[in-house]
Design a protein around this ligand. Structure first.
Ligand code: ADP
Ligand code: MG
Ligand code: ZN
Length: 513
């Protein structure tokens, strides 16, 4: 840290923040990230058979000879899965292979009944793309190494007090998930993020999730495991040119956990390196409760899997015309949509970021569509409602108020029926279930008082209660009228029409306004 000059030290508040171990590590090391994201596709049937893909069915009811790997059964490729994967590749600016094959990845695992997984290896469907994202006001271009298709495995349930394989009494296996199409999206090594690495990782997964949702290829429910992420992290000394050894934290399944896992791995690896140790290439598990990772198995290498071209399937050869057709029919992508809305609404970059972070784009768009000026829609959702959502720990969109109701509040403000303070009370009433904004205004009697008689009485009372102030105003000190207006507003619980009341005060005291 630099020492500040005496002048600065007196003119600024003392800085209470101390360097955290993380900040200190970032002074010595540069992280490199790699994110492998698995997305379960929302096809009706599995990747290589006709079994349904719906979540939550009784165990082993969505199975057939193909996905159970029974001898003699043969797979056929799901066309919709190829289409979805190609769409993802196009949206990520990838090259789409004109010819590629599936590969067999050989290993034994009880939740994988064939003893191999059909995947893609050296001939993936989509390669060499990119995605732009913003983190902390900076733009990062993330390289996409490949997007490939594979099949999901089944699920093991370890029965016993630990819930984990260690210490389990026995294990059960459910093959309903076995064979569900899974897309794997692998980034190129992400460099030069510095201390922002955890935020960049989170922003990437956030953006990817939004993209999948927009494309309609997956329901991307992280909590149900339909989007999960392997987080690779390595450190190299600042200024070094060679990447360090990476760890791979498996199956991280929330946005927050992605950020925490990266941060923790940076801190842990810095500790290892500082102590003169070496980072081991291994898979690790993330623990939600502690925010830490522990070692899993040591990493196997590609040759361990004896990959070879899948002999039971014909190669994939998507025609350029078909790919082109998909390209032109892609929906408006999230980044393009944000750009368009920003222009239409005239918001700054930081306001757009705030909207995204609050997950408020959809509700603001709907509020503007219901007739509210964009600045008003922004203001009520972001400054008022988002704060309440955070306080209650709920998603903004689940608050019991609709975009149409917020638009009506904005309209009442624009019409002069409400001021901001009253509007806040109306919103409170709507949230409390007291009805639509107009109903709340009526019931709580919140409309601005603009009746001349009522206002005149309020003004007279203010003048009578503050004779010295009134005298000053009469003498030409017009600014002093503010105190009288304050008294009027106070007496009316903020409901007086402030502009008209001010005019009346000056009129009554004989000052031309
Ligand atoms: P594996 O199957 O062994 O996990 P992949 O190539 O599928 O290998 O994924 C590795 C991920 O880690 C990729 O995103 C890659 O860009 C990234 N990566 C490679 N080397 C490093 C490194 N030294 N540090 C951090 N990430 C890395
Ligand atoms: Mg991997
Ligand atoms: Zn099946």
């Amino acid at each position: 840290m630099t020492t500040s000059s005496a002048a600065e030290a007196t003119s600024r508040k003392p800085r209470m923040t101390r360097m955290t171990p993380y900040d200190e590590a970032m002074g010595r090391y540069e992280p490199v990230l790699g994110l492998e994201t698995h997305v379960e596709l929302g096809t009706a049937t599995k990747m290589f058979c006709g079994c349904p893909t719906t979540f939550g069915a009784p165990p082993n009811t969505h199975v057939c000879p193909v996905c159970l790997g029974l001898p003699g059964s043969l797979p056929t490729t799901n066309r919709a899965a190829i289409e979805f994967t190609t769409m993802i590749g196009l949206a990520l600016n990838c090259r789409i292979a004109e010819w590629c094959r599936f590969a067999r990845k050989n290993y034994f695992y009880p939740d994988m009944p064939k003893n191999f997984q059909i995947s893609q290896y050296d001939e993936p469907l989509c390669t060499d793309g990119w995605m732009d994202l913003a983190a902390d006001g900076k733009t990062f271009r993330i390289g996409i190494e490949r997007v490939h298709l594979e099949e999901d495995t089944g699920k093991s349930l370890h029965v016993g007090s630990t819930g984990r394989i260690h210490g389990a009494d026995y294990s059960l296996v459910d093959y309903n998930r076995a064979g569900i199409p899974l897309v794997e999206i692998v980034t190129k090594p992400i460099e030069a993020t510095g201390a922002l690495a955890p935020q960049v990782a989170r922003a990437y997964v956030t953006e990817l999730r939004e993209l999948m949702r927009t494309l309609g290829v997956s329901d991307v429910r992280m909590e149900e495991g339909s989007l999960r992420c392997d987080v690779n992290v390595s450190l190299m000394p600042r200024g070094a040119s060679e990447w360090g050894t990476r760890s791979e934290t498996k199956n991280v399944n929330s946005l927050r956990s992605v950020e925490r896992a990266v941060r923790h791995e940076i801190e842990r690896q810095a500790g290892v390196l500082d102590a003169g140790g070496t980072v081991v290439q291994e898979t690790r598990h993330f623990h939600e409760d502690t925010g830490t990772t522990t070692a899993g198995r040591s990493k196997e290498y590609a040759q361990d899997y004896r990959y070879f071209p899948e002999p039971d399937l014909v190669p994939l050869a998507p025609s350029p015309e078909w790919v082109e057709q998909l390209r032109v029919s892609l929906p408006e992508l999230p980044s393009a949509r944000r750009e368009r809305l920003q222009k239409e609404w005239g918001l700054s970059d930081s306001e757009m970021d705030a909207l995204r972070n609050a997950d408020a784009l959809d509700v603001v768009e709907a509020t503007v569509a219901a007739g509210a000026p964009p600045a008003q829609a922004y203001k009520w959702w972001l400054n008022e409602l988002s704060r309440r959502a955070t306080e209650q720990g709920v998603e903004l969109a689940t608050l019991p108020i609709t975009p149409v109701q917020v638009a009506r509040v904005a309209e009442l403000v624009a019409a002069g029926t409400l001021n901001d303070k009253l509007a806040r009370q109306v919103i409170e009433g709507v949230l409390a279930g007291e009805g639509d904004p107009d109903e709340v205004v009526r019931r709580r009697n919140l409309a601005i008082v603009s009746d001349e008689g009522e206002l005149a009485a309020l003004v007279d009372a203010a003048i009578a209660d503050n004779p010295d102030v009134a005298e000053k105003v009469r003498g030409g000190k017009v600014q002093a009228a503010g105190a009288l207006l304050g008294a009027v507003m106070k007496a009316s619980s903020g409901q007086a029409d402030a502009q008209r009341a001010r005019e009346l005060i000056l009129e009554k005291l004989g000052v031309p306004s």
